[in-house]
Design a protein around this ligand. Structure first.
Ligand code: F6R
Ligand code: MG
Ligand code: MG
Length: 364
């Protein structure tokens, strides 16, 4: 029997603007998922939040893209939205693009990362959840985990990792995908995934046996809706140990707080700060962007844990660096490269300004 891990997440409303979701919404999610667990649809679940996003980490035996599981998530977010509206929370139901479920949660607003695998004797699985950034934020750390020997010692040392990994990359603008093998095609891979707004790593597979290693949500809310309605704060599921990167090789990939797109109004570059669950609250200039990490053992489709992976003083330095980088970037105000380049802001109000000024532009 195979186990499925599904993380389905959405921002359905928050307190103090787009800062932090409300406990009542998480309680509602808890109630609905508990019912689904009692009925046997789910084997287990864990609910967390990164800022204004609720992340429902679920295990079951129904496979990926299961209609019942997706419907459960959608209905749960709808029920949470009702409460968010009653409380007049900010952005109530903001990620739900439709109020009727149509078979698959894809394209309906919430983000979704899933994988199915046959459990090993002991199976560590990590959930990484972000706020105030976009799916391409995972490109660099996922690349480091599965292709960079300076991050993942196992790629050099452990024969079980030495064969490398295949990266499935989505072109989220053209809706196409390609698989590139590392280390052989590393430079081609980097040529694509350095463009984080367009090319996004969706899945990683171990080359030796095609075993699933990582799955990332790639949903781009702003592109789906046709106008800017928020960044698509992503989540990732990463398998670890015994032929995959060690737990510490997955966390290490976040020790460098790299610059990602998002932050204030989804329109700025800022450092991705790794934080504990308690500090996954982006309060400065609606940021800086956050990532939290939860480590589990998956056991007969039950979630044992989690361990709060960035609740460790060893990440204080990454957080200090992120704060220093925030200070530096903020001083650019509305100038690039703090503010995103105009091409990446085409779903924001910038074209509105251009429209207004169009007639006043003269040939030079
Ligand atoms: C970014 C984000 C926030 C909002 C900002 C303005 O993803 O959610 O930074 O863009 O707080 O929000 P509105 O337009 O709702 O006033
Ligand atoms: Mg919000
Ligand atoms: Mg968010």
């Amino acid at each position: 029997m195979k186990t499925t891990v599904s993380i389905i997440k959405a921002d359905i409303g928050s307190i103090a603007g787009h800062a932090v979701t409300h406990q009542a919404l998480k309680d509602k999610c808890n109630e609905n998922l508990q019912e689904a667990k009692d009925s046997g649809l789910l084997s287990d679940f864990h609910i967390t939040n990164c800022g204004d996003d609720i992340d429902m980490i679920m295990t079951h035996t129904n496979g990926v893209e299961n209609e019942e599981v997706h419907k459960l998530a959608f209905d749960t977010f709808m029920a949470g939205t009702k409460i968010a509206r009653e409380l007049k929370l900010y952005g109530a139901g903001q990620d739900l693009l439709s109020d009727t479920f149509s078979g698959n949660i894809k394209g309906m607003g919430p983000g979704c990362a899933e994988m199915e695998f046959k459990e090993r004797g002991a199976d560590p699985v990590f959930a990484y959840c972000c706020d105030k950034t976009e799916p391409g934020a995972f490109n660099l750390p996922i690349f480091k985990m599965f292709a960079d020997p300076f991050n993942t010692a196992g790629l050099v040392i452990d024969p079980k990792l030495h064969g490398g990994f295949d990266f499935e990359v989505y072109d989220v603008i053209e809706n196409k995908k390609v698989i590139l093998s590392c280390p052989d095609e590393m430079y081609d891979l980097l040529a694509l995934i350095g463009s984080t707004g367009r090319y996004v790593i969706k899945h990683v597979y171990r080359r030796s046996d095609n075993e699933i290693a990582a799955s990332i949500s790639t949903d781009r809310l702003n592109l789906m809706a046709g106008k800017y309605i928020g960044k698509d704060d992503p989540v990732a599921i990463v398998r670890s140990q015994s032929g995959f990167p060690a737990g510490g090789e997955t966390t290490e990939a976040f020790a460098f707080p790299h610059l990602v797109s998002g932050w204030m109004r989804g329109s700025h570059n800022g450092p991705l700060m790794p934080t504990s669950v308690a500090n996954a609250r982006p309060l400065r200039f609606d940021g800086p962007p956050r990532v939290l990490g939860l480590g589990f053992q998956v056991s007969d489709a039950k979630l044992i844990g989690p361990i709060d992976m960035f609740d460790d003083p060893a990440f204080d330095n990454a957080r200090e660096t992120a704060t220093k980088v925030s200070n530096y970037m903020r001083r650019h105000g509305p100038f690039e490269p703090h503010r995103l380049p105009a091409e990446e802001m085409e779903y924001t109000s910038l074209p509105g300004v251009m429209e207004k000024l169009e007639k006043r532009f003269e040939d030079i």
